[in-house]
Ligand binder design. Structure first.
Ligand SMILES: [Cu+2]
Length: 275
């Protein structure tokens, strides 16, 4: 009996200590002097050539198929910055209203789609992690838990019904052998609650190294210039060909699982601006 008494006293003391130390950390983090801003620049291209022009830039896949996009959009969320000691700063984790963004090539300015983050702790960051799509944890908060982002995604045509959820990646355009003249649409996304519906989870986490350190401070707002190589779509880990069996695919069938796994490998940080 004595040992239980001792253990419970120990637990109470431990809880109290953890609680007070958490509060100290919070006080530090919310101070204005220790936070700054950071910008993500998404540049969608083919191989190392950026700035895809919708309805124009044509790529030939590894299996020889010509293709071009009329629509190129995807959702990113759960952005995490990792500092030189491996410590993570999670930017509005599983909170789509504040932490999810739609990258839409139609909104690109000189080939770049911008995402601005503020309230980022002053620090030297070496890596970034983000999700392609919306995590199950976020989706399962329900529609009221993400009313703002759901509405935004709806306006951008990145949703199905609430029961099915978000479209994670929306690729539309034309493909063909000698020229790109046949229409296709590939819309990836989860079918709602993937455990309840026994369907694949297409949410993917992407981790990228920075070639140089991003130094966030009150006076420096670094930009992380990310290249997305859309050539991975058909010429990635699993080479894919579009055909009448998959050129109008929506949801999370095997073709779209392959598309997702290919696209999850398309990102790299090309360079970091510290200014
Ligand atoms: Cu740049």
């Amino acid at each position: 009996m004595k040992i239980y008494k001792f253990l419970s006293l120990f637990l109470i003391a431990f809880t109290f200590l953890t609680f007070t130390s958490c509060r100290n950390n919070d006080d530090e983090d919310t101070s204005n002097e220790t936070s700054g801003k950071l910008q993500l620049k998404f540049e969608n291209g083919f191989n190392n050539l950026g700035d895809i022009v919708l309805n124009q830039t044509t790529q030939t896949s590894s299996s020889g198929q010509k293709h071009q996009f009329s629509t190129l959009k995807y959702i990113i969320s759960n952005i995490t910055l990792i500092d030189e000691n491996g410590k993570e700063f999670k930017y509005n984790e599983n909170n789509p209203d504040k932490g999810a963004f739609i990258i839409n090539q139609a909104n690109a300015a000189a080939g770049i789609v911008y995402v601005d983050l503020d309230g980022v702790p002053k620090n030297n960051y070496k890596k970034i992690k983000f999700g392609l799509g919306i995590s199950q944890n976020a989706y399962l908060l329900g529609q009221n838990g993400q009313a703002e982002f759901w509405e935004k995604a709806k306006q951008e045509s990145m949703t199905w019904s609430w029961a099915a959820g978000y479209i994670f990646v929306k690729l539309e355009g034309k493909y063909g052998t000698s020229s790109a003249n046949t229409e296709f649409m590939n819309h990836t996304g989860n079918m709602g609650n993937v455990i309840a519906n026994n369907t694949p989870d297409l949410y993917r986490e992407v981790m990228l190294d920075f070639p140089t350190t991003a130094r966030v401070s009150a006076s420096i707002k670094p930009s992380i210039h990310i290249l997305a190589d859309l050539n991975q779509y058909l010429s990635g880990v699993t080479p894919l060909s579009l055909s009448t069996t998959n050129d109008m695919a929506m949801g999370s069938n095997q073709h779209l699982v392959n598309v997702t796994n290919n696209l999850a490998k398309m990102f790299k940080v090309d360079h970091v601006h510290n200014d």
